[in-house]
Design a protein. Structure first.
Length: 303
């Protein structure tokens, strides 16, 4: 129910009805007939960076809202054919895998066959970002479940140099100068071109893998976790919001509204999924569903 996300979403999806509302106020009867229900829920309860409270965290209870909606749709004989969920990879191992096993059993109890895997954007999306995420796919139909195949790794063709222009001059606000307290530390550590660094409050980490470190929701919110580079003129700057969206696989024509602040755009990029990975999974899901002439994919809804 983030109104700033709506400002970015709507210009890019004019034909999609977006409800900006607390999910707890949405009922199954509000949702049209659908084949796929795709859901994301806050990763903080399960992340290493969070407090690891899991489902005890008040944000973790949003998983139960997804379960509630499935139950309500099932009562109306409109249960989705597929449930598609995404989260941080640490959800899978949280509390010795007890958290995920509980969630999987909840889906099983609703009549779904569940498969899961951890995919890295750099390995499965041809995007140079080290981003591992847990994808959970649950099928109502056993044959569709058996027909589903996870995508195979692909070669990384989109290198950092193809996505970020080291020669380009950007707006002054993205450059680090000696007016900042952190500048001496950053100047000392950021010494190589075609590398991406990350400022982590008290130290700077050099990424030696040729990949951008995982983009996070707190980029630009307080000055830490921001990927930074040394440009062709030996000036140090952080990545622009556009570059961050590129590193999630968004196309160049994706609209970034001028009335949404950089800090909120950074947050949106960090909270987003990697588009090419989702596209490959969508194709695999579609193929699994369309195993017969009478099983045609019609509608997709996401929450």
């Amino acid at each position: 129910f983030d109104e700033y996300c709506e400002k970015t979403f709507t210009p890019n999806n004019r034909d999609v009805k977006l409800v900006v509302k607390d999910i707890k106020q949405i009922k199954g009867s509000d949702i049209p007939d659908i084949d796929i229900l795709a859901g994301g829920f806050p990763c903080q309860p399960f992340s290493i960076a969070g407090y690891r409270k899991g489902l005890k965290d008040e944000r973790g209870d949003l998983f139960f809202q997804i379960i509630r909606l499935i139950e309500e749709l099932k009562e109306q004989n409109r249960a989705p054919r597929v449930i598609f969920l995404e989260n941080v990879k640490n959800l899978y191992t949280h509390d010795n895998k007890k958290t995920y096993q509980f969630m999987k059993e909840e889906l099983n109890d609703l009549g779904y066959y569940v498969t899961e895997d951890v995919l890295n954007t750099a390995t499965y999306g041809d995007i140079p970002q080290n981003r591992e995420r847990l994808y959970i796919i649950a099928f109502k139909d056993l044959e569709s479940y058996k027909n589903f195949r996870w995508p195979k790794p692909i070669r990384l063709e989109q290198t950092i140099e193809k996505i970020i222009n080291w020669d380009k001059t950007v707006e002054d606000k993205y450059y680090y100068t000696d007016r900042l307290k952190c500048y001496p530390l950053i100047k000392k550590e950021v010494t190589k071109q075609y590398y991406i660094y990350q400022y982590r409050r008290v130290y700077v980490r050099e990424n030696k893998s040729g990949l951008c470190p995982t983009l996070t929701a707190n980029m630009g919110m307080g000055g830490h976790n921001v990927p930074i580079i040394l440009d062709a003129e030996k000036r140090i700057r952080k990545l622009t919001p556009r570059e961050c969206f590129r590193l999630q696989g968004f196309p160049e024509n994706f609209v970034l509204p001028e009335d949404v602040s950089d800090s909120r755009l950074y947050k949106q990029a960090g909270n987003s999924v990697s588009v090419p990975v989702i596209k490959r999974l969508a194709i695999q899901i579609s193929e699994a569903l369309n195993y017969g002439a009478n099983n045609q994919l019609q509608y997709v809804s996401s929450i």
